[in-house]
Ligand binder design. Sequence first.
Ligand SMILES: Cc1ncc(COP(=O)(O)O)c(C=O)c1O
Length: 391
Amino acid sequence: MRYNFDVPVDRSNNLAAKFDERKNKFGREDVIPLWIADMDFMVAQPIMDAIQQRASQGIFGYTSRPVSYFESVCDWQKRRNHWEIDRDLIGFNLGVVPALCTAVREFSEEKDKILFLTPVYSEFFDTVEKWGRIALTSALKEENQHYTVDFQDFEEKLKQGPKMFILCSPHNPVGRVWSREELVKMGELCLKYNVMVISDEIHSDLMLWGKKHIPFASISEAFARNTITCISATKTFNLAGLQASTTIFPNAEVKAKFEGFWQRLDITRNNCFSVVAVEAAYRYGEDWLEQLLRYVEQNILYVKEFCDENIPQIKTYFPESTYLMWLDCRALNLGGDALVNFMVNEANLGLGDGRAFGTDAGFMRMNVACPKATLEKAMNHLKQAVDRLVK
Ligand SMILES: Cc1ncc(COP(=O)(O)O)c(C=O)c1O
């Protein structure tokens, strides 16, 4: 089936956080919302069909998870990433952030250091700090608008004795798809310093320009034994409101400790919609995903070319994955709060403030998973605001 991602979707009645929380987040409700990471696109038809079919049954009692649910996860990983997962080592979670919180809570102690590479998804900081641990960061190196790991610094940080390393693969917000060589280097260093790896691979289905994802735990037996992996169909297929993710454990002991936490809360089941939607997504959603990725690539090209031609003060990074673009706005010379104020009140845009990702002022994150017409409007607002600023 052919999907048309140009069709605008009205989210005004959708209880969409991205739209309805604008006043709270940006102080006004008329900004074009290009912040939180969901997409302004309708989901794949087989997912709609599965949910509608389930809704039409009109009975929504306690829901059991069929064996085919996790089989669909394994089949997807095998088909797309050549990763054979042991079905006994898979678990359900309400989301990747809840899974990260659980890993931090169960496998480290208060005041332990937790390492990650910055700039990074802001919840990494929140998760670590909420649970009384200490964020230990290693800044990525930037050369020619390309970010790489500073391995010398990474090793220095490992020497400081963190309990775990939270890997973001691919990396939000800079869009890097780590190469095998980079992953092997990170993994070997973590083994050398006896540091457990939590691999957040939530964006791993959103590969652009023919890039291939390498699941960290698939690299070697030794890596698999040292890693908890978090994946989710909700990011890939725009189902975040259904709250269901998958965690892959290194062994039965780690799984039991991790899941013990959820059992004590009595949260072990999918809800009745996620159980059918996730399986439909993994079994029948690939066609939609491939079309989506081609559309996102065009949106990225559009923003990049628009900035190069019209707003040279804003440098864009070319993401290898995700639908998130990292914008270097330092040449606007606005600093932190003034840049946010400029984006909101002059350009009328609701973007992610780069400082929340643990970097210096001057960066913004833009979500380009929306119809191109929305982006055209956004980029024209931005150009006009910059023209007024620099004239
Ligand atoms: C790297 C990363 N991890 C986790 C999440 C959120 O996961 P969930 O909604 O499953 O808690 C996001 C959302 O943008 C993300 O970018």
